[in-house]
Design a protein around this ligand. Sequence first.
Ligand code: COA
Length: 330
Amino acid sequence: METRFKSIGIAGSGFYVPKKVLTNFDLEKIVDTTDNWIRTRTGVRERRIADDNEATSDLAVKAARKALEDARISPQEINLIIVATLSPDYLFPSTACLVQDKLGIKDAWAFDIEAACSAFIYALSVAEAFIKSDTCKTALVIGAEVFSRIVNWKDRNTCVLMGDGAGAVVLREVENGKGILSTHLGADGSRAHLLKQPAGGSRLPATEETVRQGLHYFKMQGNEVFKLAVRIMSESVITALKKGSLSNKDIDLIIPHQANIRILNAMAKKLSLPMEKFMVNLDKYGNTTAASIPIALDEASKQGRIKEGDIVVLVAFGAGLTWGATVIRW
Ligand code: COA
């Protein structure tokens, strides 16, 4: 059988965020916090919150339609749908199957990937491998979250950080030499305790008692996570670049997971890069978990911040722990 080197890249992108804006000033009325603390400690000014009748698949479909339009393809050209999420509509069936149905796609297979804030990078890499191996031709990769449903709105340590949203890309073969050049992925389960939703799984099924204790909410050891995020994301960028025979001097734009502006400032220092090389939109949306990179990617692309031929690095870090970086020639 003839083997041919294929370049796989992003043919179109789109994002959707709910209409409802929750500002830091709104949060001042809910928990013991201030706009000043949130802005200076995190960089977030406001975030979007889904309506009561909106679930993750609804946001995902809206982002997906925009990505399909941007790629100028019909939904029927999609053979693979991956949704990266940790706030699925249901534990099962997968959100990807719900998206498939809502988009009316007949001939595709579909599944979710759970790798917390790194899930979009993981999903991109999985889709790339399937396209490279001719298992499918065109993939829809979506990061979508309604994380606000598992946030404890009485806990100022966590509720100020998060937001809801969805971003999507169409992945397919592109002109040789463009597209994904290299990817580095990693995980460290020994630090699983640092970020978790303790109840609701097989370890601790949801009961009246777990709900009373608030164990269905997201918990985080913020300080520890912060230090690890800076170190691991910076190392991941360098490792992925090396795999593609590139260095940090080649980077035109970094699109990092949007968790905290101080994490990004520290990374810029570690990587000896000016902040202008970082796409930042966490001020508007907060941390949207698996959706944060595809939202930032689409905004950067529509704002004209990425030119043809540019080297763009996506990098993420999250619960698991998980992390990953992808180097793309645009
Ligand atoms: N408003 C006012 N004060 C707050 C607050 C809020 N919203 N949240 C925490 N504080 C207080 C704390 O209670 C603490 O008070 P104390 O000193 O009296 O105990 C003080 O601020 C400092 O808390 P600390 O947790 O040390 O702050 P921090 O500088 O580490 O910032 C985070 C907290 C969560 C913003 C930061 O650790 C972070 O961003 N971590 C990583 C988050 C992340 O990336 N998560 C997702 C991974 S993908």
